[in-house]
Write a protein that binds this ligand. Structure first.
Ligand code: NAD
Ligand code: TDX
Length: 332
């Protein structure tokens, strides 16, 4: 049994990962989370206090980070500013948290010789044409588009430099778009589900033809645990579940599941610089580490996610008005 420091553990994917650690391992977990607008203590509230300890704080706080890393056997780093639209409106917190915060953690990990896993995104590779037969692999050159993805790319490069220059025992994963419970309502799928619950028509940016490669968040969490346990130090692993769908298809499926006409959505202004398509080739993770997704049926996963948002309105309701007010300011 060991102690894992999980940054961003009150966010969407981080909290799912902490639930998975409690269910599948014996590890003790220390969550470090700033509880920004995106973090929610309620996502961890049902977990046993003898296994999970919560610390509210900033990953840019070098003294706090040093104290927590000193007693951790490994760090799993999820904390980030994570929403592209926010990064277009105000990039500064993205530079601070994603770059300076990651640097702060890396320096503490270097000092204490701590194993480090860095959670990143497929968006660092830029986008693909709709008909491109290639998908992203671990050797695809970096070509990020937005302030969000460029700061994530910067954080990945810092991790690589700390591995090569200082011998840090680190791994990196780059995953495609996640969906599932506890996702903030600013993001595409929960925004549309909660809009339909509120009697508001879903909003598609532009023509809705952009493609995302969807993976259930529990499959992402299991992949991160696999890499932490069996990944080779210094290596990058792409995580994806062959879930490519256009945004229009996703909205139509949500509407069908929720008993509405499949065309009951609106087109709104496109996102500036909107990436066209992401697609992941996860062969390395599957063949070298034996990981495979357990939720390959996207529609079934979406049905379960719709049920979760219907059943957990007290969790998401406090976020909804502020998220929609932000969208109203940009015509989205
Ligand atoms: P999220 O926005 O839901 O959660 C981020 C969490 O980090 C929040 O709890 C927030 O309070 C915390 N946080 C933010 N700034 C902090 C700071 N300075 N110090 C401490 N805590 C801070 O994000 P998410 O969707 O769960 O994403 C988690 C990670 O996974 C991110 O690194 C993101 O880049 C990566 N990722 C996300 C997706 C996706 O589809 N959501 C896909 C691939 C990779
Ligand atoms: O109302 C909407 N209408 C719409 O058409 C919203 C919120 C989004 N969209 C589109 C934009 C994207 O093409 O849906 C797609 C998904 O949008 P987001 O949920 O904002 O995700 P994306 O920008 O693809 O980034 C996500 O996946 C990669 C996460 O937010 C990132 O943290 C992760 O790195």
């Amino acid at each position: 049994m060991s102690t894992l420091l999980v940054t961003g553990g009150a966010g969407f994917i981080g909290s799912n990962f902490v639930h998975l650690l409690v269910e599948r391992t014996e590890h003790r977990v220390v969550v470090l989370d700033k509880l920004t607008y995106a973090g929610s203590y309620a996502s961890l509230a049902d977990l046993p206090p003898d296994r999970v300890c919560f610390v509210r704080g900033d990953i840019c706080d070098a003294s706090l980070v040093n104290d927590l890393v000193a007693v951790a056997d490994a760090i799993v780093h999820f904390a980030a500013e994570s929403h592209n639209d926010n990064s277009l409106a105000n990039p500064r917190p993205f530079v601070e948290t994603n770059i300076v915060g990651t640097y702060t953690l890396l320096e503490a990990a270097r000092k204490h010789g701590t194993r480090f896993h860095h959670v990143s995104t497929d968006e660092v590779y830029g986008d693909l044409e709709l008909d491109d037969p290639e998908r992203f692999t671990e050797t695809t050159p970096y070509h990020p588009s937005s302030p969000y993805s460029s700061t994530k790319a910067g954080s990945d490069l810092l991790v690589r430099a700390w591995v090569r220059s200082f011998g840090l025992r680190a791994t990196i994963s780059n995953c495609s778009n996640n969906y599932g419970p506890y996702q903030h309502v600013e993001k595409f799928i929960p925004r549309q589900i909660t809009n339909v619950i509120d009697g508001v028509r879903p909003r598609l940016y532009g023509r809705g033809l952009n493609v995302r490669d969807w993976i259930h968040t529990e499959d992402h969490s299991a992949a991160v645990l696999t890499i932490l346990e069996r990944g080779a130090v210094g290596e990058t692993y792409l995580i994806g579940a062959d879930g490519e769908r256009s945004n229009r298809d996703v909205v139509r499926t949500i509407l069908e599941i929720m008993g509405e006409p499949a065309d009951a959505y609106e087109h709104v202004a496109d996102r500036p610089g909107h990436d066209l398509r992401y697609a992941i080739d996860s062969t390395k993770l599957r063949t070298e580490l034996g990981w495979a997704p357990q939720y390959p049926d996207f529609r079934a996963g979406l049905e379960a996610t719709v049920r979760w948002y219907r059943d957990n309105e007290p969790w998401w309701r406090p976020q909804k008005a502020a998220a929609e007010a932000k969208y109203a300011r940009t015509g989205h």
